[in-house]
Write a protein that binds this ligand. Structure first.
Ligand code: FAD
Length: 92
């Protein structure tokens, strides 16, 4: 007997397409679970866009989620050196 739960029918809703919301979406996608991302801004990463004038301080090794990297690699993305500081042209 298959027990039907609300999770079987409803997508998981992620509020916000910032780095964390997008990483959550990538993990759900990898598990083939239905999800819906709701973003208040006009594009993903809207909050970070608001401080685009600030130079990032983190090397790539701390910025790339594993599930996201898998999806991006299938699209031809090549991961930067893990020790390189991320700069804006490489994010957008
Ligand atoms: C000036 C500054 C410099 C930083 N530099 C670095 C750095 O160099 N390296 C580093 O690792 N981190 C840095 N950070 C921190 C980093 O930006 C955050 O850790 C990261 O953005 C958090 O991601 P998040 O997805 O949780 O939230 P956010 O990036 O805030 O994303 C949240 C998203 O949710 C959306 N949203 C909000 N409310 C709603 C709603 N009610 N409905 C729908 N959508 C909604 C927003 O529009 C946004 O797109 C910096 C932060 C600041 C402010």
């Amino acid at each position: 007997m298959k027990i039907t739960t609300a999770q079987d029918q409803s997508p998981i809703v992620i509020i916000g397409a910032g780095p964390i919301g997008l990483a959550a979406a990538a993990h759900l996608s990898q598990r083939q679970l239905p999800f819906l991302v709701l973003e208040a801004g006009s594009r993903p990463g809207e909050a970070m866009e608001q401080w685009a004038h600030v130079t990032l301080f983190s090397p790539w090794q701390y910025l790339v989620d594993s599930a996201s990297a898998n999806i991006l690699a299938k699209l031809g993305w090549q991961a930067p050196s893990p020790h390189r500081i991320a700069d804006r042209p490489n994010i957008y």
